[in-house]
Design a protein around this ligand. Sequence first.
Ligand SMILES: [Zn+2]
Length: 335
Amino acid sequence: VKLTPRLTAQLAREWLARKWRRRTVPHGVILMYHRVARPSADPWKICVSPANFAGHMQELREMAEVAPVQDVLQSLRSGRRAKPVAAVTFDDAYLDNLTDAKPVLERYGVPATVFVPTGWVGSTRPIWWDHLTHAVLEAPKLPRMLNLDVAGLRIAWRDLDLDAGTRGGRRARQRLYREIWSQLRVLNDVDREAALDRLLEVLGTDDTTMRDVRVMSADELRALTDGGVVQIGSHSVTHPSLPNLPSEAKAWQIEQSAKQFCELTGQRPSLFAYPYGDLDQESVDLVRASGYTTACSIREDLVWEDADPFTLPRLAVGDWTPAEFRIRMRHYWFA
Ligand SMILES: [Zn+2]
């Protein structure tokens, strides 16, 4: 692109309009967390250390008016405010949300929402992608050769350097992880489990150290919401990419999850988060028809008062230091 005077003028106008809008129009942000933990491998960069998380909440408390996610739009529409509105959410209902996030949220009085894949509640198995991370990225040794064709997973390599001690080996492991992840993601639950079991077997994975990397049990979820600072919402039954499913399966994931949620809490859920942030119009319509009132995507944007409550944008938070968190938030809100 050539920077002509005309283009320069246009860019300047857009920059000013953006700046002006952020100064004058109420807006907020919905933060998306997953785990509060320090695992040795984190391929999607979704883990925040307990110390950094505490720093984030302290900073957020000072910079923003924190609200439950369903109140953000209401709050924005109620007029101009001195501070931006912010909400905190967690996806996947990891056990560390109870053990490491909840005490911090209570200490700083920050309300938060945890989105639960209801079909995984009480499962003692790690979530499949964590199992895969452990098997491929954390394994001390991997075979130089493999040929696997099972339950829809086809993966083969020979003479591949997968040495965790070399840069090339680590990169090859990352590529391998992404490849297997993409294949497993679109399998149905039964096939995925069968394929993963076989893979863990041929890789000789020792998963005995993974016991705490899992979704909370029903009792743990009750302990999580006890006290009222943390609320829960639905994240489907088994975390599929909804647009990939036929209509009935899509409807089942959304409605059955509401039923399981109701068994768990005695109430129908009002909050939903689309697994992987994947959504299409049909999923949105089904979510609305099932009685949910607020649904979160993972599209990255600020929340403006005219935002659609069924596709709210969110900002994925990384393992930033508290200072970095402050800078990013300021830039995000006011730049
Ligand atoms: Zn998720």
